[in-house]
Design a protein around this ligand. Structure first.
Ligand SMILES: *Cc1c(COP(=O)(O)O)cnc(C)c1O
Length: 361
C-alpha cells in the first residue's frame, strides 16, 4: 500500500530527500540546543488581540509599516511571509518555468534553495564557493548564467559564517540586470548589519533581500519573514502567495517585536551573542582536537575537528546538540555550533576540553 502511494507522487517528489531540519534530526533530545541557530534566550509576549473568528489581512498593514520603519524602506517594497523559507519558495513559484529555467546555488550553503527548486522541477546549477575563503566563484557563475532566473546567495553564509564580498554582489547585480534576480538571504544580517544590501534596492531592480524574525529577533516559533524588493517584484509575489499567510497572533507578536524598545533589546542580545562568539573562538583555539575554526559574522561558528564524529557523539551524550555539516561539499569533519548563552558556551568548552584530554590530543 505504502509503495503504491509513493508511485502516485510526482517523480521528482518520489526522489526527493526532504530538508533535514534541526528539529527533525535532534528531536527533543538534549538540554543545550546549539544546532538550529536559534536565540538561546526567549522573549515573553502577550497577545493584544483576543478574538480570532475573522481571517487576517493578507498583508497586515501595521506589520508592513513596522518593518518598513525598521529597514528604512517603503511599505510597497515589503512582503510578509511565513518565515524567510516561504520567500525562497514564492520566488521560484513566481519566476521559474519548470523544466525550462534554472537557479544557481553556491554550496556549502543553506539547503532550502536547492530543495525548493527540486520540488518545483526547476534545474539547480551548483557553483560551489571557493574552498576555505567561501567567497563566490564569480567566473563560474558568469559561465553558467544560461537559463538562470534566480541566483541565491546567503550573506552572512550559513553554515560557513563568512560575509560575501560586496564588490562581487554588485558585479553580479550588474551582469544579470534584465535576465536574472539576485536573492540575498540576510537571515543573519543583524549580527553584522553594515553588510546589508538593502541600501542598493533603489539602484537595482533585480535585487531581492530575504529577512527573518527567527534568528536575532528570537522568534523562530512564530514563523515570520520578509522579502524586500522593488514594488513591481513585490506585486508579482503577491499574486502567488496564499490568501491568508500570516495568522493574527503572528502579526500581533511581530509588531510588538518591531517596537523601538524591543529593537533595542534585540540589539543588546546580538552584541552579547557576538561577544560570546569571540569568547568561544578564543577558548576553542587552545584545544588540541580543534583543527580549524572559520571566521564568523553570525550567531554560529563552523569548526573542523580531529575525530569530529566522536566529538559530535560525546557532546550529544552530554545533552549538547550541535549540527554535523560533514556531508556537505568541502566541509569534511566540520560541525556547526550555534552561539548560546555564556553558560552554555562554558559547558560546551568543558566537554570538548575533557574529550581532548581523554584522547591525548
Ligand atoms: C534559518 C534560515 C532561514 C529560515 O528562516 P525562517 O524565517 O525561519 O523560515 C532562511 N535562510 C537561512 C540562511 C537560514 O539560516
Amino acid at each position: 500500500m505504502i509503495d503504491n502511494m509513493l508511485k502516485l507522487a510526482r517523480i521528482n517528489i518520489q526522489k526527493l530527500k526532504p530538508y533535514q531540519s534541526a528539529r527533525r534530526i535532534g528531536g527533543e533530545h538534549g538540554d543545550i540546543w546549539l544546532n538550529a541557530n536559534e536565540s538561546p534566550i526567549s522573549v515573553l509576549f502577550k497577545l493584544k488581540k483576543k478574538s480570532f473568528n475573522r481571517y487576517p489581512e493578507c498583508q497586515p498593514l501595521n506589520l508592513i509599516s513596522a518593518y518598513a520603519n525598521y529597514s528604512n524602506l517603503c511599505n510597497d517594497q515589503i512582503l510578509v511571509t511565513r518565515g524567510a523559507d516561504e520567500g525562497i519558495e514564492l520566488l521560484i513559484k513566481a519566476f521559474c518555468e519548470p523544466g525550462k529555467d534554472a537557479i544557481i546555488y553556491c554550496p556549502p550553503t543553506y539547503d532550502m534553495y536547492r530543495i525548493n527548486a527540486k520540488i518545483y522541477g526547476v534545474e539547480v546549477k551548483e557553483v560551489p564557493t571557493i574552498k576555505n575563503s567561501w567567497q563566490l566563484d564569480i567566473l563560474n557563475i558568469k559561465l553558467n548564467l544560461d537559463k538562470v532566473k534566480l541566483i541565491y546567495i546567503c550573506n552572512p553564509n550559513n553554515p560557513t559564517g563568512n560575509v560575501v564580498f560586496k564588490k562581487d554582489l554588485l558585479f553580479l547585480l550588474k551582469i544579470t540586470l534584465g535576465t536574472a534576480l539576485i536573492i540575498i538571504d540576510e537571515a543573519y544580517i543583524e549580527f553584522f548589519p553594515q553588510e546589508s544590501m538593502s541600501f542598493y534596492l533603489k539602484d537595482y531592480p533585480n535585487l531581492i533581500i530575504l529577512r527573518t524574525l527567527s534568528k536575532a529577533f528570537a522568534l523562530a516559533g512564530i514563523r515570520c519573514g520578509f522579502t524586500l524588493a522593488r514594488k513591481d517584484v513585490i506585486d508579482i509575489l503577491n499574486k502567488v502567495i496564499s490568501p491568508y499567510p500570516i495568522p493574527v497572533p503572528v502579526s500581533d507578536i511581530a509588531i510588538q517585536a518591531l517596537e523601538k524598545d524591543a529593537i533595542k533589546t534585540m540589539k543588546s542580545r546580538v552584541s552579547d551573542l557576538n561577544a560570546n562568539r569571540t569568547w568561544l573562538v578564543n577558548k576553542l583555539k587552545k584545544i588540541s582536537c580543534v583543527k580549524k575554526i572559520f571566521d564568523s559574522s553570525a550567531n554560529y561558528i563552523l569548526v573542523q575537528f580531529f575525530m569530529f564524529e566522536k566529538v559530535f557523539c560525546t557532546l550529544w551524550e552530554q545533552g549538547i546538540i550541535v549540527r554535523n555539516q560533514s556531508d556537505k561539499i568541502n566541509l569534511n569533519q566540520c560541525l556547526r555550533i550555534s552561539i548560546g548563552t555564556r553558560m552554555e558556551c562554558e559547558r560546551l568548552i568543558e566537554e570538548i576540553q575533557f574529550f581532548s584530554k581523554k584522547f591525548h590530543f
